[in-house]
Design a protein around this ligand. Sequence first.
Ligand code: PLP
Length: 365
Amino acid sequence: MSHTRTILLNPGPVTLSERVRQAMLGPDLCHREPEFTELQAEIRARLASVYPEARSEYVAVLFTGSGTAAVEAMVGSLVPDDGKALVAANGVYGDRIAAMLQVRGAPHDVIRTPWTEAIPLAEVEKKLQSERFTHLIAVHHETTTGRLNDLNTLGQLARQYDVKLLVDAVSSFGGESIDFASGTIEACAATANKCLHGVPGISFVVVRKETIATRTSAARNLYLDVIQNGKAQDKGHPLFTPSVQVLYALREALLEFDDEGGWQARRDRYRQRMTLVRDGLHRRRIASLLSEGESSILSAFLLPDRVPFANLYQPLKRRGFVIYPGQHWLDEKIFRIAVMGDLQPADLTRFLDAFDVTLADAPRR
Ligand SMILES: *Cc1c(COP(=O)(O)O)cnc(C)c1O
């Protein structure tokens, strides 16, 4: 079956390994059974150990929903009415966090930066100096452009000004460095189906144990309440019906993650793959959108002159490769390649060959 499989080069859901796909065929299971309690406990423990320094101070709270569910649960539950959040946004996902706070009616301010630029750290610092904030919120890997935001400096600023750091790490958790050791991170939202190589449908918030134990929730809904879901899961049962088969797949994906050497090994593998694709496309005179600050996971490339996205996408899809468009104003300008999932370097070499044929034949505007 491997010769017919489609290679997903979009930033999640990812190309699954056979091992993870087969895991979904596990036994039917009610979430009130002891076997489920065990499955849930194992997955939560493994998620809190993806970064081993997190294990002693943090727990994972599971949600049935996509990555956005976890992000909305995190920002909706943890920013209190008498607090104030500062959001540093340089892409679609940073803007989405601001929109969530807006909908929730939570006090907040936003520093918006053009999507092709880094978060202006001096401006963030000035803002933190000028006013009392309780939370600083940022996206780690801004999937809009493939930029890896400077989480370490944001963490230093958070410590210096005594604010809690909330991180959207949906597209970086398991594939990039995240500093849990310093304790600056209050919570971090992520999902099963990006760097962890699971199936879409389960997302999670890795949050300080102390927060679950001592804080009252600010959530204005029941389903996405990090504190109440965390307390229930600690007692052994989820509050609501979970996606059992997706959890089977996530457990297998986490076993595979360990077998492959953990997050550093995964990042190294992504870097090798990304270098192969970047160098290959650059040799074909395809330029990168960003000149610095790119992640190991995803790159944005400028569309060739007069070749709309569809004219690359359609023929590449027929050849077995799914590439990803830009969002909003970048939609006419870029295409994106992500290297998560069960890929081999040979798949990417074949992709570059397919790209050559596609580009040679592509109708120009
Ligand atoms: C994928 C992604 C999300 C969540 O998207 P879903 O479609 O809800 O899974 C959030 N933030 C970032 C940075 C992402 O890449």
